[in-house]
Design a protein around this ligand. Structure first.
Ligand code: CA
Length: 359
């Protein structure tokens, strides 16, 4: 009987000790959280502060990180040129002078030609296909590999949806109508446009309207109905062409300095990733909703004439685009792997799209 009592006493002691230890641990964790020094990050962006969809998306991302982390990680956002010039965002994140950036991978194609594949290439993947390739088809891993030597970790951080082909003062009836045409069309789309005889111009978003209105350029592409309506391009050109062959649904990026990311505890790292993916999805939803509203206003209230590029024009542009992408992929071994992964995914997805998009 005595032995049993002693055994129960031992068991009880062990139990109490365990509880005590557990309580101490819980108290310590609670204390750690309460005394946790909040981390403050700076985000620089390639967009004008608060610009609809793009700039506001970057701000939503920062707000969401603060909310999900209960204020343990806060992010202060700067618009283009507030802290650094728009096209210096990548270098600042790379050097660690800021912890985070928001922009578009194809802005860095001068540094890494294959970066365009992670945003948009002419006649490339649609927004849902970009998500499929990046998140489940091996694209994100290649993107991380491409940025790794620069100390930068990329996250999908938005999508404008399919863009429009642009605003034209005159109708486009054949590829010859592009001869000598001065058009604001940046990036790879601009290079393809040049191959078919056009004169591509690189003009910042805020200056497009006056260039088009004053006749300095004959045509301009920017984004799609939502953003284009805001800039009033319909007052300067009346033909609004589709499809946006040059940018069929660019993914935008949230980029983080590698050391800053690795210094975070695991839960905050997950919050940065989760918040980016949510904004990736939400921004696309916003553009889908607002583009449809804006298109209706452009046509019904402003008399805009919406036209499709002739098929032979699109065929020629596609042929030149494919040649350009192939040339780009020959830069180095990683570029070739990125091109092959992207192309294989696209070929496979096309087969599915013929059926799934047939309704
Ligand atoms: Ca564009």
């Amino acid at each position: 009987m005595k032995k049993i009592s002693q055994f129960i006493l031992v068991l009880f002691s062990v139990f109490m000790f365990s509880c005590g230890e557990k309580n101490n641990n819980t108290e310590q964790t609670q204390e750690q959280i309460e005394t946790f020094e909040p981390i403050e990050w700076t985000m620089v962006t390639t967009w004008p502060k608060g610009f609809p969809g793009l700039g506001s998306g970057a701000e939503d991302l920062a707000r969401l990180i603060g909310e999900l982390s209960n204020g343990r990680l806060t992010v202060k956002v700067y618009g283009a040129n507030e802290l650094v010039p728009a096209l210096q965002v990548f270098d600042e994140v790379s050097s660690g002078s800021v912890q985070m950036g928001h922009g578009a991978a194809y802005y860095w194609k001068g540094k890494m030609p294959a970066a365009s594949f992670f945003c948009a290439v002419p006649f490339g993947l649609s927004p849902d296909e970009m998500d499929g390739w990046l998140l489940k088809g091996g694209g994100w891993e290649l993107w991380k590999e491409l940025y790794a030597p620069h100390n930068v970790i990329p996250f999908p951080g938005g999508n404008t949806g399919m863009q429009m082909g642009g605003w034209f003062k005159k109708e486009i009836n054949s590829i010859d109508d592009f001869q000598g045409l001065k058009m604001r069309i940046p990036g790879l789309g601009g290079e393809v446009f040049k191959r078919v005889g056009g004169n591509p111009e690189l003009i910042a978003g805020g200056e497009i309207f006056s260039a088009l209105d004053m006749g300095r350029i004959d045509a301009a592409e920017f984004v799609g109905p939502y953003n284009d309506l805001a800039f009033g391009f319909y007052k300067a050109a009346k033909y609004y062409y589709y499809p946006g062959w040059q940018e069929p649904g660019p993914t935008l990026e949230a980029i983080v300095n590698k050391q800053a990311y690795e210094a975070l505890p695991a839960d905050l790292q997950e919050i940065v990733k989760t918040a980016s993916l949510r904004i990736n999805n939400e921004m696309h939803a916003e553009f889908t909703e607002k583009n449809s509203q804006a298109l209706k206003i452009l046509v019904e209230e402003h008399g805009v004439i919406v036209k499709k590029f002739p098929q032979d024009v699109l065929d020629k542009l596609k042929q030149e685009s494919e040649a350009l992408l192939k040339e780009m992929s020959e830069t180095d071994e990683l570029s070739m792997r990125i091109y092959q992964s992207y192309s294989e995914f696209k070929a496979r997805s096309n087969e599915w799209k013929k059926i799934s998009g047939s309704l």
